[in-house]
Write a protein that binds this ligand. Structure first.
Ligand code: BDR
Ligand code: CA
Length: 316
């Protein structure tokens, strides 16, 4: 199986992404989870990770808390409230009996990468890329050992005159890259191969009422999965006029395990920083290059079928 580190900011869709990974124990071994500030504060994202592992009866995976604020900032900008002030939307989780393994996610990642063969560990990143950018800065030798980074974030929103809204924070900027544009720019140009699921592709996956009904019919955790799928609908509906919420973080998991479901292009991604008037976090493609970007889900029904089948096969 692949050896993975799951880095994210749960956030219901981070949890669903992790639930999917943990449903595939023959294909993936999770070395640890690293939490980052994002959807909600670090304390909450870390606590949510622990509580969710308990709730689903997950394996005893170490959870490490990482960055409290974006790169070179003391205070995080307020999140977008996508998943309410708990980060969990309508999901209610009892507090966990598990404890954090450490408050030094970056140190733990460095140690773990050095203890494993070069290019044998994959990072699945579903939040702002702060922890990874800090690892690159503080332990470049360990960072260079990562096999690849599979991440959800950013958008290649077409600029005027062909403007199409892709940003869920500003019209252009997707939340993870908006929250820490400097980290995104560092990781996308950091020398380790990146496979990216940007908003352009996650916006093709709409959890409409029929799909929510299929989720509710799962043998176990059906209600919870439906709530997780639907959580950002209140935010997506007024901005994008969809008939369901977009599905973000699980798309990164699918890019890793089911690459045949996506069309990808190569891009040298440049992440626009503050002060440009475009809204920090917009990605501009910049010739052929090191980032592989998913641009199309070939068959969205097949995508949801995979998700639901994998969940049903493991959680029963
Ligand atoms: C991303 O932002 C967060 O709200 C989600 O968890 C996802 O990682 C989508 O823009
Ligand atoms: Ca996330």
């Amino acid at each position: 199986p692949l050896s993975l580190i799951l880095d994210g900011d749960p956030g219901t869709d981070d949890l669903l992404a992790w639930m999917w990974v943990l449903a595939l124990p023959k294909r993936a071994r999770v070395l640890g989870i690293t939490a980052v500030n994002g959807n909600v504060t670090l304390d909450r994202t870390a606590a949510n990770a622990l509580a969710f592992l308990d709730y689903i009866g997950g394996p005893d995976i170490p959870v490490h808390a990482g960055a409290r604020a974006p790169l070179d900032r003391d205070d995080p900008p307020a999140g977008d409230g996508a998943f309410s002030e708990t980060g969990l939307g309508e999901l209610r989780l009892p507090p966990s009996l598990r404890r954090l393994a450490s408050h030094d996610a970056v140190g733990w990642m460095a140690q773990t990468l050095r203890a494993h063969p070069v290019r044998s560990v994959i990072l699945v990143a579903t939040g702002p890329l702060t922890n990874l950018a800090l690892l690159r800065r503080e332990a470049p030798d360990a960072y260079a050992r990562i096999d690849r980074i599979v991440a959800m974030g950013g958008s290649f929103a077409p600029l005027p005159p062909n403007f199409v809204r892709r940003g869920n924070v500003t019209p252009w900027a997707e939340f993870n890259f908006w929250m820490d544009a400097a980290a995104a720019q560092s990781v996308l140009n950091g020398g380790v191969p990146v496979l990216l699921a940007p908003a352009d592709v996650t916006h093709q996956l709409v959890s409409d009422p029929a799909r929510l009904a299929r989720a509710r019919a799962l043998p176990l955790f059906g209600q919870e999965v439906a709530l997780m799928l639907n959580a950002p609908y209140h935010l997506d509906k007024p901005k994008f006029h969809t008939d369901g919420a977009f599905l973000h973080d699980p798309t990164a998991v699918a890019c890793l395990f089911y690459p045949e479901m996506f069309e990808t292009v190569r891009a040298q991604a440049h992440v626009v920083q503050e002060g440009t008037g475009l809204g920090a976090g917009l990605m501009l493609p910049d010739g052929a290059g090191g980032v592989e970007v998913a641009v199309r889900v070939k068959d969205t029904d097949a995508f949801y079928a995979r998700l639901f089948d994998d969940l049903a096969a493991h959680y029963a």
